[in-house]
Design a protein around this ligand. Structure first.
Ligand SMILES: [Zn+2]
Ligand SMILES: [Zn+2]
Length: 380
């Protein structure tokens, strides 16, 4: 006998909130993906292959399917996605500057151009053409420009644009999915775990900043940094596999969400490093100058809060916890107020050098906090 209802949390497993998007968003409507896959004539042009007799080639106009924005995808993100999938492709060449990507996939030759032209050569037959298109659209999805806001999918997924996320109507519960119900779930879990490892490296980096000035030789910042990059890359790799291997588009978006979080952690890491370098460059502000002590302490406290917001937002996403996501949003608002106050107070103190340092640090702390807000927008 099977039961439809299962109240036991342990048996229910991991429940994730499915982020929802406006209809015209690249994450919802999928860049006219359906029209491409359905082989709408104007968008997909199939002819005999010039590279190999008996095979087919196809020219696809993603730009037109998408809307058309100035560029159909972001070349830098495209190249990083091809890099993350490199082990399963051959002869990958990608130039962010030229906006061209080339590769071989299972014998097919594929070229991608910034404006959205895609050429597939050496396809076996029409079915093979559409199989390749379907694969490609998932592979490059994260880099595709949204027709609604003009940003790329990895930005839209955490609603950086402020336009693409759609809140569930009042009193309506968010749509959720049980992770374990997806065959590709292990890929998602692996990706999330690597994000947590990357986050732990950021925590270590921030511990170091809080302890400034560090006496004697530095702990190995370079190692913290290389470990961080490795975890982020691994997370993006798993996330991409999840996006490719999860059939339903609304669930595959959860992999793009991991990519959006990975991108956010990179920005937090960059800001934390700049805070560290800025303080190291002004050694006498730390300790020796009594009037600096208060503001510096305050801004470092705010840095910790900003980072905690990120950690809480990631957990909220991991556990499909919308209430926790809402708390993060409130905390973000409060922190923003505190940061403005701190800046005003420092400006009134009249010390120009201190004012400039605090201004720089507040900007970086603001970036860190904002990434937490974006992460929270996945669930709230
Ligand atoms: Zn969008
Ligand atoms: Zn957007």
């Amino acid at each position: 006998m099977t039961s439809e209802v299962d109240f036991e949390p342990s048996r229910r497993g991991t429940v994730l909130v499915l982020p929802r998007f406006e209809d015209a968003c690249v994450l919802s409507e999928g860049v006219g993906f359906d029209r491409l896959i359905a082989g709408e004539e104007r968008l997909v042009y199939v002819q005999p292959c010039v590279a190999e007799r008996g095979r087919l080639m196809a020219t696809i106009n993603l730009g037109e399917a998408a809307g058309p924005p100035r560029q159909a995808f972001d070349p830098a993100i495209l190249c990083s996605l091809l890099g993350a999938y490199r082990s399963r492709l051959a002869e990958v060449r990608c130039s962010p500057g030229l906006g061209i990507g080339k590769m071989r996939w299972k014998g097919r030759e594929i070229s991608l151009f910034r404006r959205g032209k895609i050429v597939i050569r050496r396809a076996l037959n029409e079915r093979d053409v559409y199989r390749t298109i379907r694969f490609l659209l998932r592979l490059i999805w994260g880099s595709v420009t949204c027709g609604l806001c003009g940003r790329t999918a990895v930005n839209c997924v955490v609603n950086e644009c402020g336009r693409c996320a759609r809140a569930p109507p009042a009193r309506e519960k968010a749509q959720t999915v049980r992770l374990e119900a997806l065959l590709s779930a292990p890929l998602w879990t692996k990706g999330y775990e690597d994000l947590e490892r990357a986050a732990a490296e950021i925590s270590s980096l921030q511990d170091l900043v809080a302890k400034l000035p560090v006496e004697g030789p530095h702990p190995p910042i370079e190692r913290l940094e290389s470990d961080f990059r490795r975890y982020v890359q691994r997370a993006v790799h798993s996330a991409l596999l999840f996006v490719i291997e999860t059939p339903e588009r609304d669930k595959a978006v959860l992999g793009l969400a991991l990519m959006g979080l990975a991108h956010g952690l990179e920005m937090v890491h960059g800001s934390s490093m700049r805070i560290l370098r800025r303080l190291e460059g002004e050694p006498d502000l730390l300790g020796a100058l009594p009037e600096a002590e208060g503001p510096i302490k305050a801004v470092l406290g705010a840095m910790r809060t900003a980072w905690e917001i990120n950690v809480e937002a990631m957990r909220a996403f991991r556990h499909g916890d919308s209430d926790s996501g809402l708390r993060v949003k409130k905390r973000y608002g409060k922190l923003r107020e505190d940061l403005s106050k701190l800046e005003e107070e420092t400006a009134r103190s009249g010390d120009e050098r201190l004012r400039l340092v605090i201004e720089d640090l507040v900007r970086e702390v603001g970036t860190i906090a904002q990434r937490g807000l974006f992460a929270a927008q996945l669930v709230a």
